[in-house]
Write a protein that binds this ligand. Structure first.
Ligand SMILES: NC(=O)c1ccc[n+]([C@@H]2O[C@H](COP(=O)([O-])OP(=O)(O)OC[C@H]3O[C@@H](n4cnc5c(N)ncnc54)[C@H](O)[C@@H]3O)[C@@H](O)[C@H]2O)c1
Length: 371
């Protein structure tokens, strides 16, 4: 089916590829948006796993080649180990399917570039899951940055102090390997916040980093990263990530401008302070962000008029795991219907991978890496 024949009311029919840990979240998210999507098939190299997943979620298990040829599958969503995203995504694009690929887009810049080329040549839609862009807190801070409410951005402070057990790394033979995970706490876990940081502050031009494998034994990759960043706009940043910090703590993303500061902690807006307006902090920031951020200005009225279910959920404190995946799938289907790029396209996916690879290169060489 071509984009031209996909009418605005057309449902996009998905196959989930890779029936492991993240797949149930995606299946549930797709089922919650029947006016946008259907999830009909699933694929896994482990046939028993595919059959079990199909039975549980009411799908049909199918082989990869059959999925590529199936006329009633419009799109595939890839939930496979990161190092096979590029190969599968390119095969799907060239078979005429639209593609959603879980983060990271791929594990090397070269593989990301190949995928961007395939997307351009096939004119299918390609989105990279970075669901936290759809959190109400992220959307709010992005809006404030776009309106220059924080002034000129001068600094970012990114902390991802997470914990993963050795059992987590042992739970899949691809986890913690260079070949298929492509890195450790930054490439797998920290990439969410790296993407948010790049979305809010723009590209990084210089990075200097150290990495360590501090608290896990049977992994090839890092579980601790400390880096300093210089952004293209002149802002300075710190980036600290780990999966070794027991028992694990919420991420924190601070965005600082000449007129104010916004701090996201976990998935919520923790602090918002804009010169001349009330500062809000803690849970209050999340529930009252819209009113305070807009402060009765014309844009406040505009924003209130456009309040989304996400805004409402955030204010009610009901935004939960899975909601952001659902929001990203709505964006993806809307991108197909409207023939526009999805919010997180291949270029965005590549930018996060390129920065993370630069962190690894800096740590390996002990020198500043320029992007
Ligand atoms: N967005 C998020 O919050 C989030 C969370 C977890 C994982 N992820 C990403 O999702 C991807 C999968 O992670 P996971 O934790 O679900 O992994 P997992 O190991 O639990 O599941 C991966 C599944 O893919 C299958 N598989 C492997 N190669 C395949 C192939 N060539 N074709 C079809 N199936 C294949 C495996 O048999 C397995 O069932 C990773 O890229 C990871 O970074 C994203």
């Amino acid at each position: 089916m071509s984009d031209h024949t996909l009418q605005s009311a057309t449902l996009v029919r998905f196959a989930i590829v890779g029936c492991g840990a993240i797949a149930p979240t995606q299946a549930q998210a797709l089922k919650e948006i029947p006016e946008f999507a259907r999830v009909t098939h699933c694929v896994d190299t482990d046939c028993a796993r595919a059959e079990a997943f199909a039975a549980k979620h009411g799908l049909v298990a199918i082989g990869w080649e059959d999925a590529l040829r199936h006329p009633e599958i419009d799109a595939v969503t890839l939930c496979t180990p990161s190092g096979v995203h590029g190969k599968l995504a390119e095969e799907a694009l060239r078979a005429g399917k639209h593609v959603v690929v879980e983060k990271p887009m791929e594990i090397t810049v070269e593989a990301c570039d190949a995928l961007i080329t395939a997307q351009r040549e096939t004119n299918r839609k390609l989105a990279v899951i970075s669901q936290h862009r759809f959190d109400p807190a992220s959307q709010m801070v992005r809006k404030l940055v776009g309106e220059q409410a924080l002034g000129r951005l001068i600094a970012a402070d990114v902390r991802i102090p997470w914990f993963r057990t050795q059992e987590y790394y042992d739970s899949g033979d691809w986890r913690g390997t260079w070949a298929l995970d492509g890195g450790g706490c930054l490439m797998n876990q920290g990439i969410h916040t790296v993407d948010l940081m790049l979305w809010l502050l723009g590209p990084v031009k210089e990075v200097y980093a150290s990495v360590a494998t501090a608290a896990h034994e049977r992994i090839e990759v890092e579980d601790l990263v400390s880096a300093t960043l210089v952004f293209a706009n002149g802002a300075l940043g710190t980036l600290f990530a780990s999966t070794a910090l027991y028992p694990g703590f919420p991420i924190r993303l601070g965005v600082f401008g000449t007129e104010g500061s916004a701090i996201i902690e976990g998935d919520v807006l923790h602090t918002l302070a804009i010169r001349g307006r009330d500062t809000v902090a803690g849970q209050v920031a999340s529930s009252h962000a819209i009113q305070v951020a807009t402060g009765g200005t014309r844009s406040a009225v505009h924003h209130a008029a456009q309040a989304t279910p996400a805004d409402t959920a955030a204010q009610a404190g009901t935004w939960k795991w899975g909601d952001a995946h659902r929001a990203q799938f709505i964006d993806f289907v809307s991108a197909i219907r409207e023939d526009r790029p999805p919010l997180v396209d291949g270029h965005a996916g590549r930018s996060a991978v390129a920065l993370i690879r630069a962190v690894y290169e800096s740590a390996r060489t002990g020198s500043v890496v320029r992007l």
